[in-house]
Design a protein around this ligand. Sequence first.
Ligand code: 13P
Ligand code: SF4
Length: 349
Amino acid sequence: MTAQAQEIVRAHLAGTDEQDSLTSEQRSLYRQRIKERLQARDAVMVAHYYTDPEIQALAEESGGCVADSLEMARFGRDHPASTLIVAGVRFMGETAKILSPEKRVFMPTLEATCSLDIGCPEDQFAAFCDQHPDRTVVVYANTSAAVKARADWVVTSSIAVELIEYLDQRGEKILWAPDRHLGGYVRDRTGADVLCWDGACIVHEEFKAQGLESLKAAYPDAAILVHPESPAPVVAMADVVGSTSQLISAAQRMDNSTFIVATDKGIFYKMQQMAPGKTFVEAPTAGSGAACRSCAHCPWMAMNGLENTLAVLQDDQGCGQEIFVDPALAAKAMKPLDRMLEFGASLKR
Ligand code: 13P
Ligand code: SF4
């Protein structure tokens, strides 16, 4: 780990459970052992920007990737390793398995889920789709394999506006699920006819415009970076709205020296690495008068630690943390996922 990465990890781990339970010597032993086991198992780590810095650093150092949900899907599909260790949340592991059925896919814990996935049960979603047969069904990647299997398209936040614009130009009306904030954002940006499922991310929904105004007053020269799962009044204050990777690029590209960031604080590791010398401030997660403050860190992403990552690499069974997707369901979900990857690739050409 570089000295800079070590410093970021140290700062971030202060006060976390893993910091409390493991000494720095133990953590370095864990990292070493995980790297050895990755090699022995022909495995590669695929981590999300919201995982703890130590996990992100480990993925990078061991030849894996740290990325947004779209790039994680692409990297896992294209990497030659026979085993993927997906450090993120459940839908990311399922997506990896659907796209690479021949690979074995493990997660540090299968309990790492997502409020958007939980808030969109397959049966209720199918009934919603049945009520609107005239609409093209577009679901966010943050959904179960069963919900994806019911969709025409899967999309991530990095290509959501472009995809809805494309479908709108073809005269299609959209049924969007599950995040109502992202759905509302793409509707506002494109003017498309978008009917939204009523889901939300428990992390982003906590960002508050009132607190953000006060913070902006304290840092008048700061640029505000916002993930579109945040509520509309917060999005309205943004200088840049985008997916995790788009927010990191903005932090690198823009001339501002200070950024107020409304997304999970795990992203600060990569922002500090890509834009050293700049200052990143967490957007406030509670309005004045609120009784408690939430922490802008996804509780499920935080479940990915050194101990459970090593545990799944110890033997062939991976502590029972292997992802399986029913092949019939996977075949159906593969179609809208392939479309997403193809559409994403076409934007780069
Ligand atoms: P990205 O697609 O931007 O990585 O976001 C995934 C996510 O879960 C955001 O909360
Ligand atoms: Fe789901 Fe929100 Fe966590 Fe992202 S941050 S995985 S949307 S709960």
